[in-house]
Write a protein that binds this ligand. Sequence first.
Ligand code: ADP
Ligand code: ADP
Length: 225
Amino acid sequence: HHIVEVTDLTHTYPDGTMAVRGISFRIHHGESVAVVGANGAGKSTLLLHLNGYLTPQHGSVRIGDFPLTKATVQDIRKTVGMIFQDPDDQLFMPTVYDDVAFGPLNLGLPPEEVEIRVQDALVRTAVAHLRERPPYKLSGGEKRAVAIATVLAMTPDILVMDEPSSNLDPRARRTLIELLAGFHHTKIIATHDLDMVLDLCERTIVIHEGTIMADGPTLDIFNDM
Ligand code: ADP
Ligand code: ADP
């Protein structure tokens, strides 16, 4: 059973740029998949279709049992956690607690449940000690962890990440890789970070000019390059 199915997806921006050109792939529950390719290859555009930020102009995206076009934004947020390239796009509240509680509060969950989810997400991302801090004062690695916590608090099945280790120093990168290795979610990670690909992703999809150039076991892909 596939938790993600992308079929013949195409996306052209209003200025005529064909960012994604007929991409198809399926992902199993629990798989960790790297999406690699040069800047401008179409990785971000593809990822933005996996949680409904972009709607297919042509082709389709199915997550779990439903096509994304039939899902509400809340259904999508509960299933797909999207971690953007810049954590500052994701953190906007006065404290870490408020940012992580934002999603569960929006679901209308009772306060006790919100508290449990926030604490659980902060513990899982190893930033519980930062709970009352303003996010803008945190380090890059701490911000990244809090951004992941905001998504975990929605208890998604799938984590979609766009360059999660960009702008992190080597130590913060290592911490992040170890953190993600401990999660059992299905993971889709666009990255230029070879350690992240080799340590986390058993499968790699190579994108070039909006199409899939290669898709297979990570070790095979990198042996062939
Ligand atoms: P990647 O994530 O692999 O760097 P993107 O999906 O960001 O690739 O970009 C794919 C192509 O689409 C590039 O040519 C990029 O310049 C273009 N592009 C991205 N976003 C927009 C946009 N909002 N409007 C027009 N073109 C865009
Ligand atoms: P279950 O925990 O029974 O698998 P959930 O819907 O709670 O079902 O979890 C879906 C996914 O999220 C699973 O892959 C699980 O590993 C992960 N997960 C569950 N609880 C949490 C949590 N509190 N924080 C982060 N991830 C979680």
